[in-house]
Design a protein around this ligand. Structure first.
Ligand code: N01
Length: 547
């Protein structure tokens, strides 16, 4: 009897048609599509369970900033009809439960190897195959490799002097322990004030005896106004799911919300105030949808920024603390935060805000954190310091393409891709929501589904036409990188030191990584490329097949 496809071995490696790295929402759906097409596939996952970002980010208060009814898969209508969300914004445990439900419902686990961190992925030009190695020493070989490694999955831990001296526990929000962490009666430091910190600080403050927050850059946060989901609302939403999804796909962010094609500068101050108040009362990321020029014209942006600063001053009792919490940069330049009681937390007597914008955190001591020449004694430190975004998880893997070229070398000056899907010199390697795709500027799950569907269709096309190798041309890649940069320059989002441009990681090249041209324009381009027989790609029989 012939060996099943997935059990063949060559030179010590287990052979598949496709290896997928990562079992988050991207890897799970990729596996489902590959199976449906009859490809043999294996998913290699570093964690012990599915869920990706929602598997790792278990910090107190972790919650999605996209509303539950939209932050979900749409590839299966049965799935989206049967799943019941409980809150307007789902908390991490509920999203993880959803990911596990999907894994069970589509019987995905039997093709996922957990606790398998991929360390290397090397392309053999002659054989036309990728060989992947894991930290347990196992090797896998496949015709195609799909990196579903996530955009915010490689924690960024500052290298502060004295880290090893600290006597108490330290945590990073993106690698939170699975067992519950109780800060009751403890003195706690939180370093960072991004989305993760803004969600966790109010909860840590409720538990801790004292909380010290070290803030380098204040952030804008819009109230979530989270609430249990009204069953009536959910029923109505589900009855019109297809319409909502179709509408969302027409929005630059891939999220269906109320976007107004009106200029803030053409509106009167009263009209602006009314619009901002309405959106503040509704809550969430749609705040920036009130006027079309908020992310393009500084004077327009200033009006929204000043509105939020006024709200911060209203909420925070101590005027000096309020001023420290007021951001001065462009609103929406860094990812807008969605909060539940964040600013109010600074009215608590057990919370201290330390400004480290001028004098950085100097060192970690045995007993705490030293900043501005003063030692703050604490029992535990939480690093809410974010991620080596978009490229970090990919470059942690020793990826080598044609002729042994390391991806890290090719991307020395910043990531270079065609459509955020592939990179020249790395045949048959795909990225899901890679740099150069809209990814983090959109609703991630629909963006993931769009990429997975495109890759699945491409692999089916390759098989149907008996092609073995696909790789972008350097000309198409250069043109796409130029386009990604050109549209980034039109937006105020490229003007501040955010993780979008790699500014949060010392030494990282400063390149605006996601594609800001909007979801609809991007999807249209991907569809055109496929319709034209994968325009901009070299598609070939492959050297091995040709010989
Ligand atoms: O990370 P961040 P995050 N000393 O990079 C500070 C998504 N997300 O994990 O701004 C002192 O935003 C750093 O300061 P600065 C979302 O897309 C979504 O919070 O660089 N401070 C900053 O304040 C989000 O944008 C959700 O000056 C240091 C903070 O650490 C992305 O993930 C929830 C420092 C890092 O903020 C990342 O968010 C959570 C140092 N040495 C995350 N180094 C939701 O869906 C860094 N900082 C709601």
């Amino acid at each position: 009897m012939p060996e099943p496809e997935s059990e063949r071995h060559s030179s010590g490696a287990v052979d598949f048609d496709v290896i997928v790295v990562g079992a988050g929402f991207a890897g799970m759906y990729m596996l489902h599509r590959l199976r449906g097409l009859g490809f043999s596939a294996r998913v290699l996952e570093a964690g012990s369970g599915v869920g990706g970002t929602w598997y790792w980010n278990r910090y107190p208060g972790a919650r999605c900033d996209i509303e539950s009814m939209q932050y979900s898969y749409q590839f299966s209508d049965e799935l989206q009809q049967e799943w019941e969300w409980t809150e307007r914004y789902a908390a991490q445990p509920e999203i993880l439960k959803y990911a596990n439900h999907v894994a069970d419902r589509f019987d995905l686990r039997r093709d996922i190897e957990f606790d398998s961190r991929v360390r290397s992925a090397v392309y053999d030009d002659r054989a036309g195959r990728w060989t992947l190695g894991t930290d347990s020493g196992k090797r896998y070989s496949a015709s195609y490799c799909v990196m579903a490694t996530g955009c915010l999955s490689s924690p960024n831990k500052p290298r502060l002097p004295g880290m090893e001296r600290f006597k108490g526990p330290t945590y990073h929000t993106g690698e939170w322990p699975h067992e519950s962490v109780d800060f009751t009666g403890k003195r706690v430091a939180v370093i960072g004030t991004g989305s993760s910190a803004i969600q966790s600080i109010p909860i840590i403050a409720e538990q801790a005896e004292h909380l010290v927050v070290f803030q380098r850059t204040p952030n804008y946060a819009i109230p979530a106004h989270n609430a249990p989901l009204d069953p009536e609302y959910q029923r109505d939403f589900k009855a019109h799911y297809a319409e909502f999804r179709a509408r969302a796909k027409q929005m630059p962010t891939g999220v269906a919300f109320d976007y107004r094609d009106v200029s803030a500068l053409e509106a009167t101050p009263e009209e602006r105030q009314e619009e901002y108040e309405k959106r503040w009362a509704r809550g969430g990321l749609a705040f920036l949808g009130g006027f079309r020029d908020l992310l393009f014209v500084k004077a327009a942006n200033d009006t929204a920024a000043e509105f939020v600063r006024a709200k911060i001053r209203e909420k925070v009792n101590d005027p000096e603390v309020a001023e420290l919490l007021c951001p001065t940069n462009v609103i929406g330049c860094k990812r807008l935060c969605v909060d539940i009681g964040y600013y109010e937390t600074y009215n608590r007597p057990n919370v201290t805000l330390i400004d480290v914008s001028r004098e950085p955190v100097e060192e970690i001591t045995a007993n705490g954190v030293r900043a501005g020449g003063e030692e703050h004694e604490v029992d535990a430190i939480v690093f809410a310091t974010g991620f080596d975004a978009m490229t970090g998880a990919l470059l942690k893997i020793d990826i080598r393409g044609r002729g042994g070229l390391p991806l890290a070398e090719k991307w020395d000056g910043g990531p270079r891709t065609y459509l955020g899907l592939c990179s020249a010199g790395f045949p048959n390697l795909f990225m899901i929501t890679g740099p150069g795709s809209p990814s983090v500027l959109t609703n991630m799950i629909p963006s993931i589904e769009q990429h997975v569907d495109w890759i699945a269709d491409c692999l089916a096309y390759m098989r149907e036409h008996e092609f073995a190798e696909i790789e972008p041309t350097i000309e198409a890649e250069n043109a796409w990188v130029q386009h990604v940069n050109d549209v980034a320059d039109l937006s105020l989002r490229s003007t501040c030191s955010s993780w979008y441009i790699g500014a949060n990681v010392p030494g990282k090249p400063r390149v605006f990584m996601p594609y800001i041209g909007g979801f609809p324009a991007y999807v249209k381009k991907c569809e055109e490329v496929a319709a034209e027989g994968y325009a901009g790609f070299n598609v070939a029989a492959g050297r091995a097949a040709a010989e």
